[in-house]
Design a binder for this molecule. Sequence first.
Ligand code: GRG
Length: 294
Amino acid sequence: MTTTFIQDCTKRVNGYLSLILSYEEQKPERLYEAIRYACAGGKRVRACLVYAAGALFPDTPPAVLDRLAASAELIHAYSLIHDDLPAMDNAELRRGQPTCHVAYDEATAILVGDALQALAFEVITTPEPGINPQQLLSCVHILAKASGSLGMIAGQAFDLEAVGKKLSLVELDEMHKLKTGALISASVTLGALASPHATPPQLEALHIFGETIGLAFQIQDDILDAESSTEILGKTSQSDQFLNKPTYASLMSLAEAKIRAENLYLTALDELTPFGERANHLREIAQFIIQRES
Ligand code: GRG
């Protein structure tokens, strides 16, 4: 159920990323080719969340949202490249294509990931009219915290430690709040921070919305990994089972996992009530997250 809003946001961030990555006469050519290769495709959920959160407030500058959306996607792309490396998940397929280290080589994939992480912060800190220095500083802080050892990296470290182990539901939730939820939640907060009107209670509600829908995203990911095909997913299905990783699908039945994703979705929606109709785009992305098929 891809909506017009999601299609528009996807088109917009893809266009913006193409612009950023259209380096001319940059060398080494192979590095830049690999950077463009690794940034292509994807559902662009994090970018959509940035734009949808920006729509909660009047007069949010579109050019600022473009930068924030692109930054979130660049961090996400880097995390996927490194996650796929032989030292991590050793995956061969991503977004329907050979993973970056397979298409190029391992050293290039490491460099591409590193370059994308740095580029995310370059893009976010490039001066843009419509956002004041304090807002910008908050955005950089949020993105750095979510992608570092207090967020995604900690989640990845827990994920690696968990191989072959049986985690409790609480432990699994904690791991995925960091690994997947931190960047998803940060994307929502970034969009709101593009407006000078967002209040601390509103930002808190959006943080909880993001974290909750981030957990639902991961449950849906585990469900799809268990019951969908490599062709539809664009990445190898049943990889969690192969890698002996604890997942929601291994902790409960698929039917129970689906109910839990639905309940988290409903809990997340509660946080949007005070925003009224302005939050409709966030609501449609939340629905997309639990109904998506890839
Ligand atoms: C610095 C060595 C080093 C590692 C980086 C790898 C890593 C830290 C963190 C892992 C983060 C990660 C891969 C989380 C998984 C989240 C997830 C379910 C990703 C899939 O997201 P989608 O479905 O992907 O939004 P698309 O392809 O649609 O963008």
